[in-house]
Design a protein around this ligand. Sequence first.
Ligand code: 13P
Length: 260
Amino acid sequence: MSGRRPFVGGNWKMNTDLASGEALARTVGAECVPGLGSLDVVVFPPFPYLQSVGGALQGSAIELGAQDLSSEANGALTGEVSAEMLMDLGVAWVLVGHSERRHRLGESEALVEEKLTMALESGLSAVLCVGETLEQRRAGRAHEIVRHQLTSALHRLSADFAREIVIAYEPVWAIGTGVAATASDAREAHHEIREFMSSRYDSELASGVRIVYGGSLVPGNAKTIFAELGVDGGLVGGASLKAGDFLSICSAATIGIAAG
Ligand code: 13P
């Protein structure tokens, strides 16, 4: 075994409503009880449901995550949500740099870096999302793009913070398309990311940092992808909205993670 604890996140995006979000959390929470499995499971509901979903997860082993945060601590920033506010609600994790925020909402590399720093300095755990578009991949630039995103996001991050983050490799072309990366594409990308972490920090940090795959993960492909060297779990979108599918991806992570 790699010694890295598997991680599975359920990114609900802008889905569910109050009642269905609570019900989903209760159903998955009832199956993920403390001590059952040696993996981290986190759900990322929409902001307005954080508190009620957090309540529904009480007593379970599932942690609460937010999909975004402000890069600022507080102030006149209409509509923004700060790290402190999230922690007030029991949020432990936050997604930073999701491709939908980068590409659909125009979030810059600089803002991603500021948000990552804010999250970690505030005491939140962070999942840093990176990944190339189809156009970039076709142009043979996938690794270069991911390296560039990592260089920018981590340029002033200390090793102590860097070793705690989870990096989600989420190729944009695989998100919500039903076309997941092949297991070997995922292995290669994860290897490149680990190599980057080794050169940016050191090999000990690189071998400990968790790198998970995201993009059209479903129960039918999770085991194969998780069996790849260096894949430490997944960030799940659509399938995390179905309790049975999400739980089956979680169980694939506990049994399928390969060494490396
Ligand atoms: P899908 O699993 O719906 O492709 O979404 C992946 C994702 O963006 C998780 O953050």
